[in-house]
Design a protein around this ligand. Structure first.
Ligand code: FHN
Length: 560
């Protein structure tokens, strides 16, 4: 089945539930009486537990008597989620299904029931799609390498192929015993033993078992860290997997899905009460959809099999919002505007734009810079009283909003345009002092680069192919001095390359005292023509995976 057909439901669905559930759930972050820092599902490693002791201790007590697959599936459905992805096996190696390949599985616990079987049936009964998360990394299996450094068990250096054989056999169980599975969400692919070749063979294997299946890019070695996008040609996987982060501009032409926790941990932890608000989660959903991505939002069930009430409430709030505004999310495409707008986000469906207004404007107007189309109609979704009227303004469209916001977190205005959206790119001009400031917030970024609000800078320059670009246009030609404002950490210097039009400039940026310690360095002189757009591009010449710079701005000042 070709990718377009396979991905159709996924691209339309936009919103799914991630579930991290396993032996770590009843442990809730504690081991031998101590609450260990770090994510709940990483307990074995956080506590540097002996894998065999971990297994024997927790296996004998796992009994989630409140587990109710129908209830889990209904909560996902009511939240407006279109698919569910659950951990069949996380890094600790425990199998949440009845596996013929090991006794380190749910059949060996007091609970015994096949959680995967019950959940798959319930999810499909609600009309949702079912996905399996499966960890390549396995801290317990005797053939997995590398061992944890505190794991004293002997290791056969030739065992890894045997481990892959075991993993493939388990994937066959998971893809032949439980009916149609729509997503295989691999993880734990970052250790040295997992290679592009193993990734290709595993990708081919799972697709041979269920040809319609969608597989993420963590089956292979192409994920560029938490940024989640392919970092080498030929990398397998149907979609990129940014984790705990939302790409600055999405990734045009690539399918991608941000996975995110509601607090800070994937697996349940008693001590983690850092819950994101429902408003934050609804706005994240709008932000992600406006960039053409999917949102896989995590629930970490408690050890008894119930969802934390904090998760349930947030999902109820998201479902209530989606019941009114869902058409602005499901089946939409990315915003036609090159960058997020100050008042909110935009999604698109053909000739219709959905304006996700985060803060209903006090002055009653929001601007759509560069929009050339005539607006055929404007309305406020979910309100009989609020009104939206439009008027042309210099270089765009101004929307006037009257009446109160229909939703305190995000209100949606629907604009029907004449024809396909046509947005004129915006160019940065010179200020009254003649200087042109290309700021982090105005950058169009690719790859690993992320905008960081703390210091209003661009961070995560961990991939030398990632770029930040700006388009500038000046009324008069002239010579300009180009400088960068950046921060760095001690002993961490590096070279930055700034291209202005066709001219490449570069400079070594000396190490600084910390990410909050900003300085300005001149990188060279350049001549700018008048009245034509000129592209400014910044690139950090870093080694993949290393970061030596946070960039706050590129400035062009008239040369004296
Ligand atoms: O190590 C895992 C982590 O426990 C969690 O499962 C996340 C979810 O995407 N993935 C890995 C970290 O990247």
């Amino acid at each position: 089945m070709d990718k377009t057909q396979r991905m159709q439901w996924w691209r339309h669905g936009r919103f799914g539930m991630f579930i991290h559930f396993g032996l770590y759930s009843p442990a809730a972050g504690t081991w031998q009486g101590k609450d260990w820092p770090g994510a709940g599902e990483w307990l074995l490693t956080n506590a540097k537990a002996d894998p065999v002791e971990y297994r024997n201790t927790l296996l004998s007590t796992f009994n989630p008597v409140k587990f109710n697959a129908v209830e889990w599936a209904q909560i996902a459905k009511d939240a407006g989620m279109q698919y569910v992805v659950i951990t069949t096996k996380h890094h600790d190696g425990f199998c949440l299904w009845q596996s013929e390949l090991t006794d380190y599985d749910v059949a060996s616990t007091p609970f015994k029931r096949d959680i995967m079987k019950e959940l798959a049936q319930a999810v499909r009964a609600e009309g949702l799609h079912m996905g399996w998360y499966h960890s390549i990394m396995d801290w317990t299996h005797p053939d997995y390498l590398p061992r944890r450094e505190w794991d004293s068990r002997p290791a056969d250096p030739l065992s890894f192929p045997r481990y892959v054989q075991y993993m493939h056999a388990q994937l066959k169980e998971l893809l032949t015993k439980y009916g149609r599975i729509d997503v295989l969400w691999f993880d734990g692919e970052w250790e040295s033993t997992w290679t592009h070749d193993w990734g290709k063979r595993t990708d081919d294997w799972v697709r041979s078992l269920q040809p319609q299946i969608i597989v993420n890019n963590r089956v292979d070695t192409g994920r560029a860290g938490l940024a989640g996008f392919a970092s080498h040609d030929g990398a397998r996987g149907d979609f990129g997997t940014p984790e705990q982060t939302i790409p600055n501009n999405g990734m045009p032409g690539q399918d991608w899905e941000t996975c995110m926790t509601m607090n800070d941990t994937w697996g349940f932890k008693d001590s983690d009460s850092n819950w994101k608000s429902s408003r934050t989660l609804i706005r994240m959903l709008c932000d992600i959809a406006s960039k053409g991505g999917n949102f896989l939002l995590n629930v970490g069930p408690r050890g008894d099999g119930s969802f934390p009430p904090e998760s349930v409430q947030r999902l109820k709030d998201m479902g209530a919002w989606l019941r009114v505004n869902g058409k602005s999310i499901y089946g939409t495409q990315a915003s036609p505007f090159p960058r997020p707008l100050p008042w909110g986000r935009v999604t698109r469906a053909g000739s219709t734009l959905y304006l996700h207004v985060f803060d209903w404007p006090a002055q009653g107007t929001i601007d759509l810079p560069g929009l050339h189309n005539r607006v055929v109609s404007a309305s406020v979704i979910g309100s009989d009283s609020a009104r939206a009227t439009v008027a042309r303004m210099e270089g765009g469209v101004r929307v006037s909003l009257a009446g109160s916001a229909p939703h305190s977190d995000v209100s949606v205005v629907e604009l029907v345009l004449e024809g396909e959206p046509h947005v004129e790119p915006q160019h940065i001009g010179a200020g009254s002092d003649g200087r042109v400031t290309c700021s982090a917030a105005d950058a169009h970024t690719t790859g690993s680069i992320q905008y960081e609000t703390r210091f209003h800078n661009l961070g995560f320059w961990t991939d030398p192919t990632s770029t930040a670009t700006w388009s500038i246009k000046l009324p008069t030609a002239g010579r300009y001095a180009v400088s960068v404002e950046y921060s760095s950490i001690p002993h961490c210097a590096g070279e930055i390359q700034v291209t202005v039009g066709a001219q490449k400039l570069s400079a070594v940026l000396p190490a600084r005292g910390g990410w909050e310690d900003f300085a300005t360095v001149q990188v060279g002189l350049t001549d700018i023509p008048a009245a034509v757009p000129v592209l400014v591009e910044a690139r950090a010449l870093t080694k993949p995976g290393e970061a030596f710079v946070n960039l706050r701005s590129v400035t062009l000042a008239p040369a004296k």
